[in-house]
Ligand binder design. Structure first.
Ligand code: ATR
Length: 288
C-alpha cells in the first residue's frame, strides 16, 4: 500500500474561498489510500482576485486536476480551455481536468445530486414540484439535474432576482415540459409554493459558517411532513434549516451524500477509477 509522497506523486485538490471545513480532502485521500494510488489531494484556499492566476497555475505546476467549490463554480468557466457540453449549458464547473496542459471543465454535481436523491432517498423526481433557495453555481447544477429528470415545476427564490431570471432564460428553452418560476427571497408566494412542493433545497450559503444562525426560510411554520428537505451544506451536519424542517416531521438530507457521489465522479475523471459510492459514504460518515 502506497502511503509516501515522492517525486512521482500526482497532485489533485480543491479550490474555494472558505474551505477549512471541506471534507473533500478526507474523501479523496481515503479513496487514494484504498486504491494505493500515488496521488495526493490538497486544499487550496484562494482569493477571487487571484482566481485567473491560480487556474493558470494548474498548468504551470502540472496539477492533474481540481474540484471547484463555493463561490467559484461559475467564475472559473471563462479561464478554461474547454468545457464539457452539459457543464457549458449549466454555466458552472465543479471539476477541472488537466490533460497535457489543456484544462477541461466538468460538472459532476449533476450526477452527485441525482444519486443522492434517487439512491439514498428513493425520491422519484419525475412530475414533482420543487422550491429551490439560491441561484448560484451550485443551484445551476441541481436545477439542471431536476430538469433532466423531468420535474414538473421549479420555483427559484433568490436574494438577487436577476440571477434566478438568468437561470430560467438559460434553461427553459431546453426543457419546455417543465415550468420554472422565479421570485425574490422575501416573498409571500413562498407559503403557497411550499405547500404544493415535494422537495425543498437550500443551495445558498445561509447556515454555513460564519452564517450558522441563518436560514433561507425563517418562518418554520411553512415546513410540512410531506416534504423532502435538502440542504447542500454538510458542515454543520444539521443546519438550522434542517433542524426546523425535522421538527415539522419532514424528511431531511444534508450535503454529504452528494459531496461523496460528485467526488467519486471527479476522482474517476482524474484517475480512471470509480470507487463504490455507498462504501465511501459509510467510511466518511464513520470518520468525519
Ligand atoms: P455556489 O457556487 O456555492 O452556488 P454562489 O454562486 O456564490 O456559490 O451562490 C451563493 C448563493 O447563496 C447565491 O444564491 C446567493 O444569493 P445572491 O445570488 O443574491 O448572491 C446566496 N446567498 C449568499 N449569502 C446570502 C445571504 N446573506 N442572504 C441570501 N442569500 C445569500
Amino acid at each position: 500500500m502506497k502511503k509516501e509522497i515522492n517525486g512521482k506523486t500526482k497532485i489533485i485538490g480543491v479550490i474555494g474561498k472558505n474551505i477549512e471545513n471541506s471534507l473533500s480532502p478526507l474523501i479523496h485521500n481515503q479513496m487514494i489510500f484504498k486504491h494505493s494510488l500515488n496521488f495526493c489531494y490538497l486544499p487550496f484556499q484562494v482569493a477571487e482576485t487571484d482566481l485567473n492566476k491560480v487556474i493558470q497555475g494548474i498548468k504551470a505546476l502540472n496539477i492533474r486536476g481540481v474540484n471547484i467549490t463555493f463561490p467559484y463554480k461559475e467564475k472559473v468557466v471563462k479561464f478554461l480551455d474547454e468545457v464539457e457540453e452539459s457543464a457549458r449549458r449549466i454555466g458552472a464547473v465543479n471539476t477541472i481536468v488537466n490533460n497535457k496542459g489543456i484544462l477541461t471543465g466538468y460538472n459532476t454535481d449533476v450526477i452527485g445530486f441525482k444519486r443522492s436523491l434517487q439512491e439514498d432517498e428513493e425520491f422519484v423526481i419525475k412530475k414533482k414540484k420543487a422550491v429551490i433557495f439560491g441561484a448560484g453555481g451550485a443551484a445551476r447544477g441541481i436545477i439542471f439535474a431536476l430538469l433532466e429528470e423531468e420535474i414538473e415545476e421549479i420555483c427559484i427564490f433568490n436574494r438577487t432576482l436577476e440571477k434566478a431570471k438568468k437561470i430560467k432564460q438559460d434553461f427553459s428553452p431546453f426543457f419546455p415540459e417543465s415550468s420554472i418560476d422565479v421570485f425574490p427571497l422575501e416573498e409571500e408566494n413562498l407559503k403557497n409554493k411550499i405547500e404544493r412542493a415535494h422537495l425543498l433545497v437550500n443551495t445558498t450559503s445561509l447556515g454555513m459558517p460564519p452564517q450558522i444562525d441563518n436560514t433561507p426560510l425563517p418562518d418554520e411554520k411553512l415546513f410540512h411532513p410531506n416534504l423532502l428537505v435538502y440542504d447542500l451544506i454538510y458542515h454543520p451536519a444539521k443546519t438550522l434549516f434542517l433542524r426546523q424542517a425535522e421538527k415539522s416531521g419532514a424528511k431531511i438530507i444534508n450535503g454529504l451524500p452528494m459531496l461523496v457521489y460528485q467526488g467519486i465522479e471527479s476522482f474517476y475523471l482524474w484517475t480512471g477509477l470509480k470507487p463504490e459510492g455507498k462504501e465511501v459514504l459509510e467510511i466518511i460518515k464513520r470518520i468525519a
